[in-house]
Design a protein around this ligand. Structure first.
Ligand code: SAH
Length: 215
């Protein structure tokens, strides 16, 4: 991702009522933040937040948490949220590796991964958000019938992810497509910022939906 330092973005994040700062102390208590027991869905690597904010608008009976490691992009989502003040979405600036310190077992009903960083070098494979290592972290927070939905235009990353689902044993591929925009799964699809750019270039978008087999 092209990173531009946005001056003051760390301060904006620190002061925003829509970011959660003490995220590890919220583990098991996210319903208190939202003030209801509605199901919680998260997007890891949400960038500027177009996708997850549209989900929040369309589904007022669901709660959303957007996770992003870089303040310079997260701040763009906060600007939109300052205007809209959607009651069912909060944001965390954090590295997703520690996700199981932030949510409790069964606290999350679904996980979205959109155009995740490819980490093309083999030695960095475990940093990919669909690696076996990350799938194990998701098992610690996701309800057993909760889905992980992953979109990317990067075919190598997608093929790797299909292999990881096999290797992880406890995960099952529910459906997948190598060309989302010419498939049945496009209905109701919400475009992300990256998706908009890649579709305009004519890149096919891959999408998979996976679920845990059991516990
Ligand atoms: N989902 C957005 C952005 C895709 S770029 C879209 O589709 O338009 C990938 C984003 O994921 C970047 O903003 C990057 O900073 C973030 N990211 C990648 N790895 C991450 C990690 N381990 N923890 C948190 N955020 C991560």
């Amino acid at each position: 991702m092209r990173l531009r330092n946005v001056p003051g973005s760390r301060d904006v994040i620190a002061e925003s009522p829509y970011t959660i700062k003490d995220e590890t102390s919220r583990k098991g208590k996210w319903n208190e933040i939202f003030g209801n027991d509605n199901p919680i869905y998260i997007e890891i690597g949400m960038g500027k937040g177009q996708f997850i904010m549209e989900l929040a608008r369309r589904n007022p009976d669901r709660n959303y948490v957007g996770i992003e490691k870089y303040s310079s992009v997260l701040v763009r989502a906060l600007e939109k949220q300052e205007e809209e003040q959607l009651p069912n979405i909060y944001f965390i600036r954090m590295e997703a590796e520690y996700i199981a310190d932030v949510f409790d077992k069964d606290e999350v009903s679904g996980i979205y991964l959109n155009f995740s960083d490819p980490w093309p070098k083999d030695r960095h494979a475990k940093r990919r958000l669909t690696s076996v290592q990350f799938l194990e972290r998701y098992e610690k927070i996701l309800k057993v019938d909760g889905h992980v939905i992953f979109k990317t235009d990067n075919r190598d990353l997608f093929d790797f992810s299909l292999e990881q689902v096999e290797e992880a044993k406890n995960w099952e591929l529910l459906n997948h497509t190598f060309d989302l925009h010419n498939s049945e799964y496009v209905e109701g699809n919400i475009m992300t910022e990256y998706e908009t750019k890649f579709v305009a270039k004519g890149n096919p978008i891959c999408r998979m939906e996976i679920v845990q087999k059991s516990r």
